[in-house]
Design a protein around this ligand. Structure first.
Ligand code: FMN
Length: 390
């Protein structure tokens, strides 16, 4: 299974084409739109999210509520496009019109893709870079992830996400026991945090950053329950599922690190304090007494919940801008300001959930390949029985 995204932040629309879904998966617009709405929420978002009400239009690959096996094309319109038709239009402009279009960007923002992207493609107007490097693109990654989540649901696999930390405020998550509980508690918080006390402190941290014209980052966690043991590979480096998930998290704009289970804390512990003891019972098959490795051994799932965290740096566009250099004059300048969020960690958690769900769904489709959803479900259930008694 694979997908491609297209679209600029202020262009007419964002598009994704998903290829390789089995036929017969039940899928409605609402299954996708509910996740797009979750991505738009979150304390600390800027004005752009008030302009857009993201809705996916299904353009192909689904008929009467079920996938056909052909590519699924999804489109999300940018409402803001109507204000940008000249600036972002595909048609070439006359000299007078080009003169009118004044939004040329020549001052790269430190921490954004502007300068490196400009150098790479020879774009002297760095709007050509920022329109695509903008995290607006993650809208359709969430749409693709929503489709993956629907496929996982059919297999009894549940996915959720929550915010662990914002601006140094850490949530207490010791009393979390299930994906269902994470979802219920995180969904009630404006910062997608399961700890109400920490939620309030996170909001205060965001307010303070905003007041200072600054931005803050944080840590998000994704948990997936119900994936059978042995999904992924120890045989091929490029099919290790933990590596694919790590790459997917790192592909999210502004994400700078990934850890599974106990994560970087493992560096400080003895092996006996890190590895999870193996148990077996008739009812559950093989389990681990703990889940410190976060659901992976040897690039394959253990059958325990997958627990992965990603760290998001503070957003680079600052209202109190850092110094930069104008590429026309080569003179120091304070960087240009685009409309921007002060903290997007709660939204980024939803993006992380989507990209992790995608990787797990894609690995299952690769391993238990079938053109048909009913056969695919059978194969996985047979494998579950086999793994239990192994
Ligand atoms: N960066 C901004 O400068 N302004 C924003 O409003 C903004 N919003 C974001 C929203 C989300 C949900 C995410 C995941 C990221 C956002 N970013 C924002 C981060 C930039 O897109 C990112 O820093 C940039 O593409 C450069 O890539 P890098 O940080 O991965 O190196």
């Amino acid at each position: 299974m694979r997908y491609l995204t297209a679209g600029e932040s202020h262009g007419p629309q964002l598009t994704t084409i998903i290829e390789g879904l089995p036929a017969g998966l039940l899928l409605a617009s609402e299954d996708i739109n509910k996740h797009l709405t979750r991505r738009q929420k979150g304390y600390g978002r800027g004005r752009r999210m008030q302009i857009e009400t993201d809705q996916a239009q299904i353009q192909s690959g689904i008929r009467h509520g079920k996938t056909l096996g052909s590519p699924v094309a999804l489109v999300v319109e940018n409402k803001d496009w109507k204000h940008w038709t000249k600036i972002m239009g595909a048609e070439s402009l006359s000299e007078d019109e080009a003169e009118e279009v004044k939004r040329k960007v020549t001052r790269p923002r430190p921490g954004h893709a502007d300068l490196n992207g400009g150098i790479k493609y020879g774009h002297r107007d760095m709007r050509n870079v920022l329109e695509r490097s903008s995290a607006r693109e993650t809208t359709v990654r969430v749409a693709a992830g929503a489709v993956a989540q629907k496929l996982l649901e059919e297999l009894g696999i549940n996915v959720s996400c929550h915010v662990k930390e914002i601006g140094g405020v850490r949530a207490n998550t010791d009393d979390l026991h299930s994906v269902e509980e994470i979802r219920r508690r995180a969904e009630n918080s404006e910062v997608r945090c399961v700890d109400p006390e920490a939620s309030e402190k996170m909001k205060e941290a965001i307010d303070l950053a905003k007041k200072k014209g600054d931005t803050i980052g944080g840590v998000v966690e994704v948990v997936i329950e119900g994936v059978p043991a042995g999904v992924g590979s120890y045989v091929h480096y490029d099919r290790k599922l933990d590596a694919k998930i790590a790459a997917a998290i790192m592909s999210i704009n502004a994400f700078k690190g990934v850890e599974f289970g106990m994560g970087f804390e493992m560096a400080k512990r003895f092996g006996s304090q890190v590895h999870d003891e193996i148990a077996w019972s008739e009812e559950s098959g093989y389990t681990r007494k703990t889940n410190r490795l976060g659901g992976f051994e040897g690039g394959m799932t253990t059958g325990m919940p997958i627990v992965v965290r990603g760290v998001m740096k503070p957003i680079p566009t600052l209202y109190k801008p850092l110094e930069s250099v104008d590429i026309e004059t080569k003179q120091p300048f304070t960087a240009s300001i685009e409309r921007s969020d002060s903290c997007a960690v709660p939204a980024a958690a939803v993006v992380a959930e989507a990209v992790v769900a995608w990787e797990v769904a894609a690995a299952l489709v690769e391993q238990f390949e079938s053109d048909r959803m009913d056969h695919f479900i059978h194969r996985i259930n047979d494998y579950r029985d086999y793994a239990k008694g192994f």
